[in-house]
Design a protein. Sequence first.
Length: 247
Amino acid sequence: MSPMRTTLRRAGTVGALAAACVLTAAGAAFAHVTVHPESYPKGATDGVLTFRVPNEQDTAATTKVEVFLPTDHPILGVLVSPQNGWTAQVTTIKLKKPVTTDDGTVTDAVSQITWTGGRIRHGQYQDFDVAFGRLPDDTDRLMFKTLQTYSDGTVARWIEQSGQGAEEPESPAPLLRLTAKGGAEEGGSAPSSTTTEKTETSATEAASSDDSTARGLGIAGLVVGVLGLAAAGFAVLRGRSRASASE
């Protein structure tokens, strides 16, 4: 094989490996379990939380999802929506401190929900919907530690606290932010216009952040391609120079 062909092959290999690293980093950034919406007003009633579980493994399927609900700030009136192919098991505990509501005193709350029986394959995700009667009004955030079990026995532990520093943890737990109470109608959970604006702004900022990330990755890919082409061009010119010298 000629030196020029060897150089071209090496340049192509380096470019492919660099591009693969860029794509791998992009996939890992969006692979963690999240809760939607990202925020609710404190004390909101009759709402729904959606836990989105993507599959981050290439060779195994997700077969079990365990979501742990906070019990120091309990969520009242939890109901699980049926999911095709999945069976939900709900665990309740006795509260150390009963919660007083308009309907009476609540002494029990759901502490864990476990989904089994289904499969989330590579390149797929599953939404698990959980309805609630009332959210707590004495905290600014709720963290839902989650365990994701794969068919090969691997367990992804989404249990790290996020939003406390500049850097995002590698395995963040789903986080629900509780905003100040707005002017919702009595007995309802609709946020005020101010809260809605904040939520929309948050969503816009998140989308902008995602766009910036994607743009940065795209630029990185272009740089890799340009470097590969430059190396190839240099190899061609070098080969021609050697050929001219030999003549």
